[in-house]
Structures are given as C-alpha cells and as structure tokens.
Design a protein around this ligand. Structure first.
Ligand SMILES: NC(=O)c1ccc[n+]([C@@H]2O[C@H](COP(=O)([O-])OP(=O)(O)OC[C@H]3O[C@@H](n4cnc5c(N)ncnc54)[C@H](OP(=O)(O)O)[C@@H]3O)[C@@H](O)[C@H]2O)c1
Length: 269
C-alpha cells in the first residue's frame, strides 16, 4: 500500500494546534510536520516526543495546511513556497484569501479553502469548504477528514458562497457572545446584581444551545414551545420580532459582514 502523503501544517496557533491535536488523537498514519516560529509548549512537547517534526528544511509536501492569519499570508507565502509543489494539495483556513490568490502565491492548482469558526478550537465548530475545479472526490474526502477535528464539515460549496458563510458561521459566535452580554446588561437594568445577571445570561445561552443540540426540533419549534400566548416571553418577543427587530438587524449585520469579506478579498489581490 502506498504511504499516506506527508502533511505539513503552517501556523500552529489556536486553530492550527486544534487541527494537529485532532490528527494526533486520531492516530493519523501521516507523517506530520509543523512550521511555526513560536511553538506553544504543547507543540514543542509533540516535537520532543517525536510525534511531529518541527520547522524542518522545506521540501514539497503531499498536503499543506495553511492556518496563519490572513494578514500574515503574503509574507508567509514566500517562506513556505518550498513546501508546495505542483502536486501538493493545499488546504487553507485563512479568512478571505481566495483560491486564485492561494494558487498564484503557492504555485499549485490543487487548492481547497475552508472557513472554520472559533468553537473549532474545542472541536465544536462548523466548517465549510470550497475546492478548486480540479480536485477529485478523493481529494475532497481528504479535505473533509483533515478538517474533522474542528467539528462538523460541509462542502465543497461554490466559492461565491464563502462570504455568506463567513458572515453566518464564521462571525456567528460573536453574535451569540453579544447576545449573552446584552442579556446580562438588560438583567442588570432590571435590578439584578451584576454577577448574577452575567451568570444567568451565560448559563441561559449555554443551556439553550445544549437543548437545541439535543433536540430533534429546530430553533423555531423550540421558541414556540416556550412562548405562551399573552405571557412574559411573548411580551419580549413582540419587541424582538417587531419591524426593525432581531430578524431585520441580523439580516443587515450579515450583509455588512459578507460585504466586508468581499472587500477584504479584493484588497488582498
Ligand atoms: N471564522 C473564524 O472565526 C475563524 C476562527 C479562527 C480562525 N480563522 C482563520 O484561521 C486562521 C488561523 O487563526 P488562529 O486564530 O489560529 O490564528 P493564530 O492563533 O494567530 O495562529 C496563527 C499562527 O501562525 C503563526 N505564524 C506566523 N508566521 C508564521 C510563519 N512564517 N510560518 C509559520 N507560522 C507562522 C503565528 O505565530 P505568531 O503568533 O508568532 O505570529 C501563530 O502561531 C486565520 O486565517 C483565521 O482567519 C477563522
């Protein structure tokens, strides 16, 4: 049987380290190399135990996973060119860097581009990926398995959808954090001590998310189930769902995020 292609991870920050941790836990047969100028203690311990090779001289890899910040990419691309050859499968998790840009800078057409989200750092994320036209079904399967440590994986989708994906799931965790913050502040305004209001808001968001995860019903059915006509929840929802309320605000917010993503992609040209 042919050996699994070598795997090079560039950038072992929060997301990159979560990927590598997952590959190691899954006892991947691939030989894993990490390129990272400032390895964390965890990454250094993997290298010391011989589980990964850290910062070797460059040679073309079977698979190259790029997990640096997008603003670092132009500079990093020069440094890592030696790890990419025409046969290298490149998987990027950088926000906003398009397939064409990756292809130009890394000199390969075999590219997949993914948008994870921050819960991926604890394996609870959702990632969507798009793929260059030449990638085979087997390549896409490889991409899916490489991203699996971050959580659920969807794709390949059309690259044109990635700005909307970024606006929804990429930036989405921040919307939920804001919701928890705003609920705590509102509870405080209603007279609750700050610490209790913060705790109640946090546990409510955590518990509601866990209930949604455990339930076969969708969010709309769960919302209806806690809303008795004429009751307290109804009184609040009448405001949240009014014209200009939450659905409208979120539509505007996601549109702004998607527009910003398109602008950032252009600026990176
Ligand atoms: N949708 C989302 O919410 C979301 C969430 C997370 C991540 N992402 C994407 O995932 C990517 C990684 O994010 P992150 O949070 O994991 O970032 P991070 O924690 O900053 O990790 C990036 C790592 O790359 C390292 N690095 C810098 N220059 C390098 C070089 N020349 N060679 C190798 N490594 C280098 C950095 O080292 P230094 O610290 O020394 O610079 C850092 O450890 C980003 O592109 C981001 O857009 C998206």
């Amino acid at each position: 049987m042919a050996a699994a292609p070598s795997l090079v991870l560039v950038g072992a920050g929060r997301m990159g380290a979560a990927l590598a941790r997952g590959w190691l836990n899954a006892k991947s047969k691939r030989q894993i190399t990490i390129v990272e100028p400032t390895p964390s203690d965890e990454v250094a311990s993997w290298a010391a135990a011989g589980k990964v090779t850290l910062n070797p001289a460059a040679a073309p890899a079977g698979i190259l996973v790029v997990a640096v910040k997008p603003q670092q990419f132009a500079q990093v691309a020069e440094a890592i060119r030696g790890f990419a050859g025409p046969k290298t499968l490149v998987v990027s998790i950088m926000a906003g860097v398009r397939i064409a840009q990756l292809s130009r800078r890394l000199d390969t057409a075999r590219i997949a581009r993914a948008m994870p989200n921050t819960p991926g750092a604890i394996g609870q994320g959702v990632t969507v990926f798009c793929a260059a036209p030449g990638l085979s079904a087997a390549d896409n399967e490889t991409v899916r398995s490489l991203l699996a440590p971050l959580g659920e994986v969807h794709g390949p989708v059309d690259e044109g959808l990635m700005s909307a994906v970024t606006a929804l799931s990429g930036s989405g965790p921040a919307y939920l954090f804001l919701l928890a913050e705003s609920m705590a502040e509102a509870g405080e305004s209603e007279g609750l001590p700050r610490a209790l209001a913060q705790r109640l808001a946090r546990r409510t968001v955590e518990g509601a998310a866990a209930l949604l995860a455990a339930s076969e019903d969708g969010p709309e059915a769960l919302r209806r189930a806690v809303t008795s006509p004429g009751g307290t929840t109804q009184a609040a929802l009448d405001i949240l769902m009014d014209t200009g309320g939450m659905p409208r605000l979120l539509r505007d917010a996601l549109r702004a995020a998607a527009t910003r993503d398109r602008q950032l992609s252009k600026e990176a040209d």
